[in-house]
Each structure stands twice: as C-alpha cells, then as structure tokens.
Design a protein around this ligand. Structure first.
Ligand code: SF4
Length: 380
C-alpha cells in the first residue's frame, strides 16, 4: 500500500484506517472530571452516524472514556454504567493517611475506588494489544515532562495503569506508577491532546467538556481549598488549551463543546443531563464534518459573528489588543475597536470576550442591519 504523507510534511505514515479511501479520524476527549460523562453521549452520536474512529486519545476522564471505547465498550454499556454512578464509586476519604501522615499524605482520597473503576471499564492489556490505537496523556511528576502512552516507546504499558495515572488529579488522588515513572493527571499539561493525535490522522474530532469557558463564579474563596484549587486549575488549563487552539493549523479539527459550564466538576446529580448534552452537541456539530474533512486545516464549525466593544466600559487597558491584535486595536481615543466588524469565528475565537477585565467586549450573532451594512461595505 502506498504510504500517505500527512499534510504538513510530517513523516510518511501508512494509511491503516478501515478503508483506504476513508479519511482517518482521530477522536480526542478532553479532561473535565464528571463533566466527562458528556463524552459518552458524544460517542453515541458518532456511532449512530456510522463514524468509526481510527484512533482515540484522551486526558483524565477523557482518557478513561477513550480507553473504554478502544477496549470495545459500546456507548450503550458506558451510559448504563454512568447512570448508576455514585459518589462512593470514586471518592473515599483517605482518613488514615490524613491522620497519620498529615502533610505527607499523598492525597485526600484513596486510590482504590478510581483504580477499581479503571479495571471495570478498561481492558487488561497493553497499548500494543488494543485493536483501535489509543493515546493517553499523563505527566511525569519527577521529571516535570508530559507523557503520551500509546506513542512509540510507550506502548508496552498496561493501559489500565496509564489511565489511572491520567486521572490522578494531584492532591485528590495519589499519583499513579507506570513502569518506573510516577505520574499525575494528563490534564496538568495537555487537557485536550489533539496535537499529538494529529500525527496519525487526517482529521480530528475533539470534544472539550472541561474548560471551554470559565464562567463567573462568586464566593469561591468561601468554598474551601479544594474549590479554590479547582478554580485555579481550571483557569490554568483553559489558558493552555486556548494557546493550543489559537495556533492550530493542520489537520482540520471539528471542535465540539457541550454546554456544560453550569455543571460542577464533581456534580453526581447531573449524569443524565451530561449524557444528553454530549449527545446533542455532537449531533449539532456533525453536519459540519464534511466541511471539516474537505478543508486543508483549521478549526470548525465556522460561523459569522460580530465583536462589539462597549466604549463606556472600555478603560483602554489594551489587554485585548495585546492578546488578539488581528481582531482588536486601540483608536485615537485610546478605546478598543474591532479591526473588522464581522468575523468568521470558530469555537476557539469565542474566548475573545474573556480577555477584558471590565466585560466591555461581547461576541455574538450578527444583527440583521449589521450584516447588510457589512455586505454593502464589502461589495463597495
Ligand atoms: Fe478596553 Fe477591555 Fe480591551 Fe482593556 S481589554 S482595552 S478595557 S476592551
């Protein structure tokens, strides 16, 4: 079979998808604790559409669901398990460790429940033995480096060990040992591992459930150290993820973002809603898959949107211009103004409004009169 060359001149790779004429699609599932239940609904929508991934990749809960799918678990099986999921299936406080070891305790919660869940959902094999390729991210706690189990040199590893490590949120669960490495949650460095998955596929379908946006939350400081830690972690991961998306070139990516920002990271009462939100989001996104597959690169779906700046609120601090110089500039009064009124936005640019500390920027659908004016100015 003729070797296939990836679009940006990466090393030639053999086309090994289900059919040589079909594009190889990698499905990437991001971290997001219990919000990751939405991944299961998204996988169900993919299966109903007859899409068979060439590769799965995931971080944290995304790694757990991706590994379960690559192990042959159907979305229906996973949904059934998710519906019976209870707090005690994941969280049991490490009372003894906290009492005896105090500040030296490795985590607040015990390893055993998360380990048992991994063993229930994921096949007992190495990455080499999986039928569908799988990539699982983690972070080497001692070296401070990212790890991607499933890549060359990291395939002769028990998938269950890698998945536990990928889910080991620091402070919450003890680090996982994989071979001679001590590892923590893959989301610490790469919560949506699309870049590494892109090495082996023609297109990416990425599902981001954790940190697509960072909504206003009041009173975090009164909710205890775990809430403060998770809030900080959310912001750090969001910034890292945005940086990846803002520089994304190839292959084309269909970015699916279920609307889960109103649900807490560890909210056990929303499982059914999360399953449905994931399913609905993938159903909304799939009509854009053909556009995605026929593009040389970029992020989809794309939609004409409008940036507005409230001049009364704008202080002229310039943060938006520094972050998005192609979208915003300062006018002669020192106020921010959009470079172009109407932009074709993909989900990555939806973050523009967040960079303003006084909420002066909004991004939304084009108003009818603005669309007409824009068309007239473009045709003039
Ligand atoms: Fe104005 Fe906000 Fe931009 Fe600062 S970040 S210049 S306040 S719009």
């Amino acid at each position: 079979m003729a070797p296939f060359t990836a679009p940006d001149n990466r090393i030639p790779i053999e086309r090994t998808g289900p059919h040589p004429a079909l594009p190889r699609i990698g499905v990437v599932l991001g971290g997001g604790a219990l919000k990751g239940m939405a991944h299961i609904g998204a996988l169900r929508a993919l299966r109903e559409a007859g899409i068979r991934p060439h590769l799965y990749a995931g971080s944290s809960i995304g790694a757990m669901i991706a590994a379960a799918a690559a192990s042959g678990r159907s979305p229906a099986e996973l949904e059934e398990r998710a519906q019976g999921f209870r707090r005690r299936d994941l969280f049991r406080i490490n009372h003894m460790g906290m009492l005896m070891e105090r500040m030296l305790a490795r985590a607040i919660y015990l390893e055993a429940p998360l380990r048992a869940l991994t063993e229930e959902l994921v096949a007992d094999c190495t990455f080499d033995q999986l039928q569908t390729p799988l990539l699982v991210t983690a972070v080497d706690l001692e070296r401070g480096t990212p790890l991607v189990f499933g890549r060359p040199g990291f395939r002769d590893v028990r998938v269950r060990d890698a998945v536990y490590a990928s889910c080991a949120l620091p402070g919450f669960f003890p680090p996982g040992v994989v071979g001679d490495r001590t590892c923590i949650d893959g989301g610490t460095m790469d919560n949506l591992p699309a870049g590494i998955a892109a090495l082996d596929v023609d297109a990416i379908i990425a599902v981001d459930v954790g940190i697509a946006d960072v909504p206003l939350v009041r009173g975090v400081a009164e909710q205890g150290f775990a809430s403060i830690f998770m809030r900080a972690a959310t912001m750090m991961m969001h910034e890292m993820q945005q940086a990846t998306l803002e520089t994304w070139t190839t292959p084309p990516m269909l970015l699916v973002r279920p609307r889960v920002s109103h649900i807490g990271w560890f909210s056990f009462g929303h499982v059914q809603e999360l399953l449905q939100l994931g399913y609905d989001a993938m159903r909304r996104a799939l009509p854009h898959l053909l556009d995605t597959l026929s593009a040389p690169g970029g992020i989809f779906p794309r939609e004409a949107m409008q940036i507005r700046v409230d001049r009364e609120r704008c202080t002229g601090c310039g943060l938006c211009v520094a972050r998005y110089p192609e979208l915003l500039q300062l006018d002669t009064d020192g106020k921010a103004v959009p470079c172009v009124t109407v932009q074709e936005f993909s989900p990555r640019e939806s973050d523009v409004g967040r960079c303003c500390p006084v909420d002066a920027i909004t991004v939304g659908p084009i108003e009818a009169r603005d669309a007409v004016a824009e068309r007239l100015s473009q045709s003039a």
